[in-house]
Design a protein around this ligand. Structure first.
Ligand code: GLU
Length: 415
């Protein structure tokens, strides 16, 4: 597989969508560039007593449709270009589900698996101290992403409120419910994805209760497994993986047991009654539905020919390379692209912001209902664009998102 610069890939996608939409040069230039970037060093006291320096980023890619929105990830391989790409994709993601928000992403280059709870708290608070004046409910609202979670948001919100000396819970989303979080946020990304799978199964005549595999058994992957019963009426999870290993069972796993095991042991690699398989082969299993729910570029020109799934639902951000998109499309495999399939998370983040503003909270059923309506509508809007422009689904989703953002830029008089 060739190596990828994710931001070049993201820009290329914009050029293709812009061509189909006949956008002018200034609009293309605006949409292929981040509006604001923050690059900073974090000095963090470690348990050893020593100070370590980490690189931090926050990129507000585009805020024509509303305040910038997107997660913060803690990952050792973070670069400014991966954050740029992810911030760019957030812009189209919020637009595809028609939320009044822009797109952003942040990150810290660090290895959270080697850090203590206290060190993680220190790094979270230090991140907010570096960026506090540039974020907030009307500017930019962070959320969790890879290796960050509601506890990270709780520390960050607390630091932010201490700095501004007032309550402002809506400045971060996916917080614990006790301090301004919403019901239904934890399974929101997976819920949105499984809802789009339900719609795709109906359209393509695929059996929704058939076999499926999940690459990446983090929060989104685990929740997708648990939601199959509720949303699709069943299904057989025959393989799953995390960073430490991939496992297979042709009879299907008990999804509740597997999630319990992961929560207790931190990995599923040694789950009993399972065959260990190579990471790569999980993606190539004979399943109806495949969920890439890990990191970028998992499906590439080296393995796309071997994918056997009928539907690929991208719960991760950017898991399919541009070459693989074309191969999958030519082979008649339906990809539900990340900016649609993983938009349930940010949809509920938006609902959390609205509830925080009103200081009034809805029950879980009300949240689920809105997610279902928004994701179903977005799925069919994208499908319409795919048919209208005769393009593969990612480009169809890009056309929908880019058109909405371009329109907002024009109305504001930016272009
Ligand atoms: N990190 C999630 C995503 O990539 C959620 C972002 C948010 O809720 O702001 O969609």
């Amino acid at each position: 597989m060739q190596s990828y610069n994710s931001f070049r890939v993201a820009q290329q996608q914009i050029f293709e969508a812009a061509k189909l939409l006949n956008l002018d040069e200034a609009t293309i230039k605006l949409l292929t560039s981040p509006q604001k970037e923050f690059n900073f060093t974090l000095h963090v006291k470690m348990d050893s007593g020593k100070t370590e320096i980490f690189q931090g980023y926050r990129i507000q890619y585009n805020y024509a449709r509303g305040p910038a929105k997107g997660g913060i990830r803690f990952h050792p391989d973070e670069t400014v270009d991966t954050i740029r790409a992810l911030a760019c994709w957030m812009t189209w993601k919020t637009a595809v589900v028609d939320l009044p928000l822009g797109g952003a992403k942040g990150g810290v280059c660090c290895n959270p698996k080697k850090m203590s709870e206290r060190e993680l708290e220190n790094i979270s608070r230090e991140y907010v101290r570096a960026i506090a004046s540039s974020i907030g409910v009307d500017k930019d609202i962070p959320a969790p992403d890879v290796y960050t979670n509601p506890q990270t948001m709780a520390w960050m919100m607390d630091e932010y409120e201490t700095i501004i000396n007032q309550h402002h819970p809506g400045a971060f989303t996916d917080k614990p419910t006790q301090i301004g979080g919403t019901e239904g946020r934890r399974d929101a990304t997976a819920r949105g994805g499984v809802i789009t799978v339900r719609e795709a199964c109906k359209k393509l005549g695929v059996n929704p209760t058939g076999k499926y595999a999940i690459q990446g058994f983090g929060n989104a992957g685990q929740r997708a497994a648990l939601l199959h019963q509720e949303i699709l009426g069943g299904g057989k999870l025959i393989a799953a993986s995390d960073s430490r290993g991939a496992i297979f069972n042709s009879e299907g796993f008990d999804t509740k047991e597997l999630v319990q095991y992961k929560l207790k042991n931190g990995t599923i690699a040694d789950f009993p009654n399972a065959k260990k398989i190579p990471h790569e082969s999980l993606l190539e299993l004979d399943v109806d539905i495949l969920y890439p729910a890990a990191l970028e570029n998992a499906i590439h020109d080296g393995n796309a020919e071997n994918i056997k799934a009928k539907i690929v639902c991208e719960l991760a951000n950017g898991p399919t390379t541009p070459e693989a998109d074309i191969i999958l499309s030519n082979r008649g495999i339906q990809v539900i692209p990340d900016i649609l399939a993983s938009a349930g998370g940010v949809t509920v983040s938006y609902l959390e912001m609205v509830q925080d503003r009103y200081s009034f909270f809805w029950d879980e059923q009300s949240i689920h209902k809105i997610v279902d309506e928004k994701l179903t509508k977005a799925y069919h809007r994208v499908d319409e664009a795919v048919r209208d422009k005769k393009v593969h689904p990612r480009l169809g989703a890009m056309v929908v998102g880019v058109a909405r953002v371009a329109e907002a830029c024009k109305l504001r008089g930016w272009v």
